[in-house]
Design a protein around this ligand. Sequence first.
Ligand code: SF4
Length: 508
Amino acid sequence: MSRSSTPIDFRANTQAVPPQIPASVQRATSRLLGTRAAVVALVGAERWEQLRQAGHDLRLHTITHLDHYLTLLEKRVTEAGGHVHWARDGEEANRIVLEIARAHGVRRAVKVKSMATEEIGLNHALIAAGIETLETDLGEFIVQLAGVAPSHIIAPAVHLTKEDIADLFHDKLGVEAPAEPVQLAAIARARLREAFLAADMGISGANFMVAETGTLVIVSNEGNGRMCTTLPPLHVAVVGIDKVVPDMESLDVLLKLLPRSATGQKMTCYTSFITGPSRSPKEGGPQELHLVLLDNGRTRVLRDVATRETLLCIRCGVCLNVCPVYNHAGGHAYGCTYSGPIGSILSPQLLGVNVAGGLPFASTLCGACAEYCPVKIPIPEILIHLRRRVAEGDQVEGSAIAPILTAGAQAGALVLSLPWLYELGSQVLRVLQAPLRRGGWLPALPPPANRWTLARPMPAFNASFRQWWRVRTPEGRDRIRRQRALAGVLVTGVAAAVVIWRVFRQRK
Ligand code: SF4
């Protein structure tokens, strides 16, 4: 991810979400979940669980033996005639791609949808260097025209309706564009065909890299992946180091899990296997293939055993589709490349908790993401671990919250651990809240507590729970009986004393 030091304010971003976004997002995600359910049902629940477990195990094995598999991959890609480059971060990856482009006099590039290149801001770097760069996946083409970032891992324009896209094509391409999906796709296709034929360089990511054979695997539904990687004379692939898989048998498992989870398909329309550049002019295809292996924080993620399973992700996007927070906020509210549950665990680890430390809290912890994840990433557990990292710091990063909040939390912990202090505090609060109370509610609290009341009223503090609870336990009832008996004795004693005193006075 291109590193920015500006903290992401998820709450503020959600307040800026246009009101029509949740409906567009929910329409699309429920459609994707419906098709997924149908193909998973065909596999059968038991077999699907076995596949998920196998996917989890082989991905975990791979990321814990990355040194072996990446070295083997480099060897095999080189043997097949490709060139392998290693990039520590996004800046280095962009520099490598630009150097390759300059060495080949590239003026026009076409791109396949790739989260890794989105993560490092490659388009901006190429365009800033004067290279015309065009996204060719339909959704990416649309968001590039709109000048915004993708809002979903596999459906970048999920937040837009067909009417929005028709208006966009009309404004940016100067064509009459009816709000009809088939006609809109035809307009994009006509524009893209010219670009494929004129491009000097094709850029892609890869869904997987097979170490055993040095093969890049790209799954797509639009055919643009094949156009980008075969028509231009030069192919550059930028791929995260976590995308390596040991062999074709492992790939077989993952290719069963990915399309079913992502788009509800048994397999995508195109599954391209690229092993080296073209072997002869008769064969067609690019004369040169460059593979840029991107770290950009992934080895840092590996360091923490509690969170490293984040790297098992195969970017299917189903955790976004089932997430209630994503469905209400949309992808742009997350303020970085990866959104939804995977974004909430990956972004803080890639960008640091000082930048993306708010995202692990953008979750209800309902656990649906983990139930659907095809490689069984324990997302809720990682979210909780990252919340702790944000609050307390750990061996990877220090705490990311203000000292005053830490002091407040420690004071709260002390009060909650001492029942008498808690009761005393609750009685004091009950008195202090009186001027702010309106019926059973506190509609406006002073800062910093107003962060709650800006969005919704706070229920008034009644401090009556313990009293309420006391009469509902046998011990409580006994205590009340004893207190009542004692009160009865006292009242009777006082009354008797008064009577005796009066009799005594009358006699005097
Ligand atoms: S975390 Fe799991 S469900 Fe989410 S995108 Fe990655 S593989 Fe898919």
